[in-house]
Design a protein around this ligand. Structure first.
Ligand code: NAD
Length: 437
């Protein structure tokens, strides 16, 4: 059993901290956000993530998991410090490392015995060295080792992903530290989870290369979808057949309104920036970013067309605000671009999301929010679906038609049956399946 501190108790820090407590370690999750820590100490979970609440409560009961805002104390009493603070995008596209550097300073100031410092946050190549330099510049007398251990969990399936990862990446110069981190993951290691042991720099690069590749795959299928619309092809059949090819795989070949979330947009930008800084342009990812931006606007044009270029004063029902189902995260969600565009055209927005509305209200307090899909679409002039929550997949189309003022639907997630939409007499569009039967 190790004494572990997680610095940063967000989507990654909280999920990882809970799961590592579940492995039997003594975990303290710390955060500078006192209200988050207060909530957690009172049994309120600040984020929505399936299976998180019960696992968290079990581990608190077993006294393996606690929450604190005392970062100094948590560092002093830990053998291993995991850094899981945010690395948002700066204005110039690079990752903003302010929180990382602040944590490194705190570690330097509170280093009282040998510790392993391990970064889970997504950080550009070279950050590990920078963290080591900061710590050493404050305390050069006490030994520590540095490990890069990027996280690959997906929000909405984070617990499952953490407990059953495709691989664990451990980057370090120190064999001793690599072994200690490997040991933290012992239950997974015994489960034959592949472990990639490498250098810090390679480990940092693996994370960006992986995320950017997935973003590229999404932008690629979106462009194929856009072409399918023009040439009477069905992108779903194209993607399905492509996915049968083992070299391609069916994953991340789902067309839609463009990728979003807290990772792909900022990580692709950071990789492009790193490429430019090193005179190695990453043109494929530059293109993927541009495609992604225009895909979101393409959805606005599609809806405009469906509504005969007349949105002024019209009510548009929006189903889905989160960047994907099973999360309350709205960071860089398609809704964050599309809704402001619709508002610019003087449309009135009725919105509903099963989980993410409270987060969305912070940015758009004045649009209309409803508690269910029926009230959201009632008397609306059109419906746009932006997140593929299961409850939208099974929409009762006769009821939908009877509630809408005009039977106009833009299904940006391709979750409704084209046959059924046709049968019910909707005016509709989707992404890449205009000519399907
Ligand atoms: P988040 O914004 O949900 O959480 C970050 C937390 O760090 C916040 O609670 C914040 O208050 C806290 N924090 C900031 N500065 C701090 C400090 N000095 N001391 C203590 N706490 C501090 O972010 P996240 O989504 O958990 O992402 C964290 C990192 O993990 C990022 O680098 C991200 O790219 C990476 N990542 C995220 C995901 C994901 O799906 N969210 C997946 C893999 C990797």
């Amino acid at each position: 059993m190790r004494k572990i501190a997680f610095i940063g108790t967000g989507y990654v820090g909280l999920v990882s901290g809970v799961c590592i407590a579940e492995f039997g370690h003594d975990v303290t999750c710390v955060d500078i956000d006192q209200s988050k820590i207060n909530d957690l100490n009172q049994g309120r979970i600040p984020i929505y993530e399936p299976e998180l609440e019960s696992l968290l409560k079990q581990n608190v009961l077993k006294e393996r998991l606690k929450f604190s805002s005392n970062i100094n104390e948590a560092i002093k009493s830990a053998d291993i410090i995991f850094i899981a603070v945010g690395t948002p995008q700066s204005e110039d596209g690079q990752a903003n490392l302010t929180a990382i550097e602040n944590v490194a300073k705190s570690i330097g100031e509170n280093l009282n015995q040998y510790k392993v410092v391990c970064t889970k946050s997504t950080v550009p190549v070279g950050t590990g060295k920078r963290i080591e330099t900061i710590i050493k510049s404050i305390n050069d007398s006490i030994e520590f080792d540095y490990v890069s251990n990027p996280e690959f969990l997906r929000e909405g399936a984070a617990i499952k992903d953490f407990l059953k990862p495709d691989r664990i990446v451990i980057g370090s110069r120190s064999e001793k530290a690599s072994k200690i981190i490997k040991d933290v993951y012992r239950p997974l290691y015994l489960n034959e989870t592949p472990i990639v042991s490498t250098t810090v720099e390679t480990s940092e690069m693996i994370k960006y290369a992986s995320n950017a590749f997935l973003a590229l795959k999404i932008s690629y299928i979106n462009e194929i979808a856009n072409l399918c619309e023009k040439v009477e092809a069905d992108v779903h059949v194209v993607a399905k057949a492509m996915g049968k090819d083992g070299r391609i795989s069916p994953k991340f070949l789902h067309p839609g309104p463009g990728y979003g979330g807290s990772c792909f947009p900022k990580d692709t930008e950071a990789l492009v920036k790193a490429g430019r800084n090193n005179n190695v342009p990453i043109r494929t990812i530059e293109a993927a970013i541009q495609t992604n931006k225009s895909q979101k606007l393409r959805m606005v044009h599609k809806l405009d067309r469906l509504m005969e270029n007349d949105m002024k004063g019209k009510t548009i029902a929006v189903l889905g605000l989160a960047f994907k189902p099973q999360t309350d995260d709205i960071r860089d969600a398609a809704s964050r671009v599309i809704i402001p565009e619709l508002l610019k055209k003087d449309a009135i927005i009725n919105a509903y999301d099963p989980i993410a509305m409270e987060n969305f209200k912070i940015f758009h307090p004045k649009i209309n929010y409803f508690k269910n899909w029926e009230d959201t679409v009632k008397n609306a002039d059109a419906l746009i679906i932006l997140t593929e929550w299961n409850e939208f997949r099974g929409l009762d189309l006769s009821r939908l038609k009877s509630l809408l003022k005009s039977p106009v639907v833009l299904d940006t997630k391709n979750i409704l049956s084209i046959n059924q939409l046709q049968l019910h007499g909707f005016t509709f569009d989707n992404v890449g399946r205009r000519f399907s039967q």
